[in-house]
Design a protein around this ligand. Sequence first.
Ligand SMILES: Cc1cc2nc3c(=O)[nH]c(=O)nc-3n(C[C@H](O)[C@H](O)[C@H](O)COP(=O)(O)OP(=O)(O)OC[C@H]3O[C@@H](n4cnc5c(N)ncnc54)[C@H](O)[C@@H]3O)c2cc1C
Ligand SMILES: NC(=O)c1ccc[n+]([C@@H]2O[C@H](COP(=O)([O-])OP(=O)(O)OC[C@H]3O[C@@H](n4cnc5c(N)ncnc54)[C@H](O)[C@@H]3O)[C@@H](O)[C@H]2O)c1
Length: 447
Amino acid sequence: MTSTLPADLVVIGWGKGGKTLAAKAAAAGRRVVMVERDEAMVGGACINVACIPTKALVHSAAERRPEDDPETYLAESLRRRDSLVEQLNAANRAMLEGNAHVTVVMGEAEFVGPRRVSVGAGGERLEIDAAAVVINTGSAPRPGGVPGADLPHVHDSISIQRIDHLPGRLVVVGAGAVGLEFAEMFAGFGSDVTLLSRGAALAGEDDDVRASVLSALADSGITVVDGVEVTEVTAATVETTGGSFEADTVLFAIGRVPAVPAGLEAAGVDVDERGFIVVDDSLRTSAENVWAVGDVNGGPQFTYISLDDYRIVGSQLLGDGGRSRTDRLAVPTTTFVTPPLSSVGLTERQARERGLNVRVAAKPVARLAMVPRPKTLGETRGIAKVVVDADTDQVLGFAHHGVDSQEVVNLVALAMRTGITASELRDGIWVHLSSTELLNELLAALA
Ligand SMILES: Cc1cc2nc3c(=O)[nH]c(=O)nc-3n(C[C@H](O)[C@H](O)[C@H](O)COP(=O)(O)OP(=O)(O)OC[C@H]3O[C@@H](n4cnc5c(N)ncnc54)[C@H](O)[C@@H]3O)c2cc1C
Ligand SMILES: NC(=O)c1ccc[n+]([C@@H]2O[C@H](COP(=O)([O-])OP(=O)(O)OC[C@H]3O[C@@H](n4cnc5c(N)ncnc54)[C@H](O)[C@@H]3O)[C@@H](O)[C@H]2O)c1
């Protein structure tokens, strides 16, 4: 039997942008349907299997003391992670299930026509007829794609979080954010970690910043091998173009592929050559009144971008339609190695390649004499670097490998977005002790 449910808005996938939009649209009195296929993913990837659980584990790993038994410590850390995820999952569920304007439908959504979404199996189907559809179905780890990649000791970023023992020798393939963070995490828990990179790891960073991060990874006991391509995984090794590496556990961290719902053709929604949904700057798909937000639209894969995607679609459905992707300036990023690496804007190399007239300052964190916070925390590794336009005094780029960098970079990003000059940041009154203080000293050293 097929039943039909009319709706003002159907959101497919409980990701960051979609759940925020669902709540706001419901608050505005719209009839909203949220479709999610997986109980364990209520609230989306970030809270269940991505940002939050991994950051909790990176933190636990960094806090392990030499006297802690590695296996027991890992088990306790995983339990703490589970309890945190359980709380967040429940809070997310309550946010929409408790809302009189929202119908939550658990099941795999597929399109059966323009703005017509079907959920269910066999004879029992629900068809949702919606005035507007938002696709927020996220992405999935890219499979290893070499012989042996399906062996039981070979993991992706999700399955490795379910591991019930500490790997002895872990080989991580891929030196992006996922590879770096899991390498740091398992090295901290006590595994012997080798990170394999097909190019040079952290090649996008300036040489001084790259050297700083590589040195900290080496301190953590991580062996980084550049320029190798994996050809096969066996029961005990990872075979590459640059030799064989012993491994009892392997993690492929080689990017993510889009998770699109079935039936896109019936809906008139186009995808690009990589399978991501094609959108314009307003996140409209090729189908009328169908939008795509989050990882699935091929934009930068961050939770805060999915949230910004909500703002863009929300402005069209609930506001003046004034926001678009073109408003997205100076997006900061952080990779949660220890200490964290954060950056925004251009590197020095990029700025010089563009022929810009630049002033640059770079200082190791340990040599920031007027910034005592890292010393009080006992973590003085890292570097801070800023690139400024010599003609306009605008900050072009900032990189910070050091404690609190995920906070400092947000402030610099705001300055870049709003036109606050390098001199204003240099002369800012910042809390003593804070890591923000480094802006006083770093920007005074511009050459
Ligand atoms: C290990 C890891 C760590 C990360 N750490 C960070 C971090 O620290 N900071 C950060 O900003 N970003 C981080 N990211 C990236 C971030 O997790 C993603 O960019 C973000 O979660 C994407 O959210 P989304 O809105 O696209 O949807 P998602 O959160 O991916 O949600 C999509 C939902 O759709 C559901 N779904 C899919 N298909 C269907 C269907 N057909 N029918 C019904 N439901 C469906 C899924 O079950 C899922 O719940 C990390 C990613 C990984 C892998
Ligand atoms: N702290 C954060 O914000 C955070 C943390 C984790 C993940 N993420 C997001 O999740 C997304 C996925 O992360 P990721 O690290 O998997 O992807 P990524 O694209 O950042 O890095 C993947 C790396 O694997 C390499 N690679 C690709 N195919 C390969 C192959 N066949 N063999 C060897 N190497 C290969 C790529 O060259 C790249 O260096 C990223 O876009 C990232 O933004 C963010």
